[in-house]
Design a protein around this ligand. Structure first.
Ligand SMILES: NC(=O)c1ccc[n+]([C@@H]2O[C@H](COP(=O)([O-])OP(=O)(O)OC[C@H]3O[C@@H](n4cnc5c(N)ncnc54)[C@H](O)[C@@H]3O)[C@@H](O)[C@H]2O)c1
Length: 247
């Protein structure tokens, strides 16, 4: 799973999973464009470069891809992690139209705009791979996120399959990763503050009986983006320790 000479765009790259994924690609030899709406801290070396962007803006995303292509070449890999429930309420009665718009605009439309803008550049570079981000919250009702998040992340699965069909002939594979709960620094604090019984309930639901390390989502993302997955496209890879067990 080496990416020497490859340019990788990671949206949401300043976030908990995004930073770990960006670092994983750098370790594997890639140059990474970290694209995020939040402040991007200087990377550990010349192989990380920050690009401020709002993925919900198609014009900003088109400019991002143009800039990455001009600065770094490619892109050869796109990982779309910008998203989350973004501070919106969980319960139906509390959800305002603006909350629904925000969650869909970033998680779903943002993913669409990034894939659409990257596709011609990737094709011109001889092909590539996209890894989108669904969630266990799209697979089964989540105790922490609400209807907009479930809908947006389920839609990312459909988007991924349809894109795989359309972009396969151009040499571009498109797969999704669907993480269970990963304790990023932000979520680790919330988990630690939970009563013991609730923490135990979360762990009991995971057949592997423990919380994952961040590297355990980084490696599956690198796998889907790599030549090791060269005949895999259109799948959603569940990474949740067995918490969701489909028939
Ligand atoms: N951590 C988990 O347990 C978990 C589980 C399942 C799915 N996910 C998904 O993984 C992805 C990353 O999650 P995380 O835990 O790292 O969250 P996070 O909040 O730490 O990171 C999300 C990043 O997206 C950025 N972002 C938000 N809106 C944006 C916009 N409009 N344009 C560009 N960037 C924007 C944020 O600034 C942030 O840096 C999300 O899509 C989330 O839904 C996370």
């Amino acid at each position: 799973m080496r990416f020497d000479g490859r340019t990788v765009v990671v949206t949401g790259g300043a976030g908990g999973l995004g930073r770990a994924v960006a670092a994983g690609f750098v370790e594997a030899g890639a140059t990474v464009a970290v694209a995020d709406i939040a402040g991007i801290q200087a990377g550990p070396g010349p192989h990380l470069r920050g690009y401020p962007v709002d993925v919900a803006s198609p014009a900003a995303v088109a400019e991002l891809m143009r800039a990455v292509h001009a600065d770094l070449g490619g892109p050869h890999v796109l990982v779309t992690l910008a998203g989350g429930s973004l501070g919106t309420p969980r319960d139906l009665a509390d959800i305002a139209p603006g909350d629904l718009d925000l969650v869909l605009d970033v998680n779903l439309k943002g993913t669409f705009y990034c894939c659409q803008a990257a596709a011609p550049l990737m094709a011109a570079a001889g092909g590539g791979a996209m890894v989108t981000c669904s969630s266990i919250g799209a697979r089964q009702p989540s105790p922490v996120t609400g209807v907009p998040y479930a809908a947006a992340k389920a839609a990312v699965g459909g988007l991924t399959r349809r894109l795989a069909r359309e972009l396969g002939p151009l040499g571009i594979r498109v797969n999704a990763v669907a993480p269970g709960l990963f304790l990023t620094p932000r979520l680790a604090e919330r988990f630690a503050a939970m009563p013991d019984a609730e923490r135990r309930e979360v762990l009991d639901a995971i057949p592997l009986g423990r919380m994952p390390e961040l590297r355990e989502v980084v490696d599956p993302v690198l796998f889907l983006a790599s030549e090791a997955a060269s005949f895999i496209t259109g799948i959603t890879l569940d990474v949740n320790g067995g918490r969701y067990l489909p028939a």
